[in-house]
Design a protein. Structure first.
Length: 307
């Protein structure tokens, strides 16, 4: 990797503060996991998350219209420049207004410190690109490929920051990403429909007797409940595989994915408690659950653990 340009330590510190503030403002459940990391690793994760969030926002916010693909091209160009240690404008043909210099300074510094494969971040962008014209997936295998790009690729980048030595960590990180993305899909069916996206495999909807019209009309039929039970069980299966990642990670980093898993277990529990009705009730953490989670994090960071 080429040498970093002359940038003051204070300027880089300010850039990390900016991406940390952006991550917190996004109200992501991941924020509760990220705060468990040691300071330097936490900064790196904030930078990586901000990049992935930007790719997602470019597609979802609709600000670029028919130039959304160009905006993603520009994002990939900026990423390549960051890997090369260059944070200049690079002559891109479309402005990414959200992509401030803070992001590129923080991400460039992170890429200088950690061996993150550029392909992982490129995969995230390509996964977002799949959403431009709406979505429809015929089979589970088709959906898995999407999940690997937008979620597992993020996990593969994260474990390079966390630190690991056993190569099995890669397999488990992929499974963990699939579990988290599938849970998001099950939670957000109605919201996705409103923007023309159906992530649920058509083949399986047909097999269980669920129609797109059922989803649009928010009809929680017996067939839909059976379909959701199957999908929740599938998500839990991938979570069970993903947790095998934890003992393979650097000890100081383990609480981050452990907290992610806890958040998503709670979301799956909420789906079950709502009798699998994700069409009329969006699963989320209650204020009490968030408080309990933050309390456990606070106590663990002070060396107090529960059996």
């Amino acid at each position: 990797m080429q040498a970093m340009p002359a940038v003051t330590n204070q300027r880089i510190a300010d850039a990390y503060e900016a991406v940390a503030a952006s991550t917190k403002a996004s109200s992501s459940n991941f924020y509760y996991a990220f705060i468990t990391l040691p300071h330097e690793k936490r900064d790196a994760v904030y930078a990586g998350y901000s990049f992935c969030r930007l790719a997602d926002d470019i597609v979802d916010d609709g600000n670029y219209g028919d130039r959304t693909g160009e905006a993603l091209d520009s994002l990939q160009m900026h990423l390549a420049a960051a890997y090369a240690g260059d944070y200049s404008d690079n002559g891109d043909t479309i402005s990414i207004s959200e992509a401030t210099s803070d992001l590129w300074l923080a991400l460039g510094d992170t890429l200088h410190k950690y061996p993150i494969d550029q392909q992982h971040l490129l995969d995230v962008v390509e996964g977002c690109r799949m959403d431009i014209n709406g979505t429809k997936y015929e089979t589970w295998a088709d959906l898995v490929e999407y999940c690997k790009r937008v979620a597992s690729a993020t996990g593969l980048a994260l474990i390079e920051v966390f630190g690991y030595e056993d190569e099995r960590a890669v397999e488990y990180a992929v499974d963990l990403g699939i579990a988290l993305q599938l849970t998001n899909i099950l939670r957000d069916i109605t919201e996705d429909l409103e923007i023309g996206r159906v992530y649920l495999p058509s083949e399986e909807l047909m097999e269980f007797g669920v129609t797109i019209e059922d989803l649009r009309e928010k009809r929680v039929t017996p067939e839909y409940i059976r379909f959701m039970k199957f999908q929740v069980a599938r998500a839990r299966k991938y979570l069970k595989s993903g947790v095998r990642l934890f003992p393979l990670l650097d000890k100081k980093s383990r609480q981050c994915p452990e907290t992610m898993i806890k958040v998503y277990e709670i979301l799956l529990d909420r789906i079950e408690k709502n009798n699998y009705d994700t069409l009329n009730h969006r699963a989320s953490l209650t204020k009490l659950q968030k408080f309990k989670l933050l309390s456990v994090i606070w106590l663990r960071r002070r060396g107090i653990r529960f059996v």
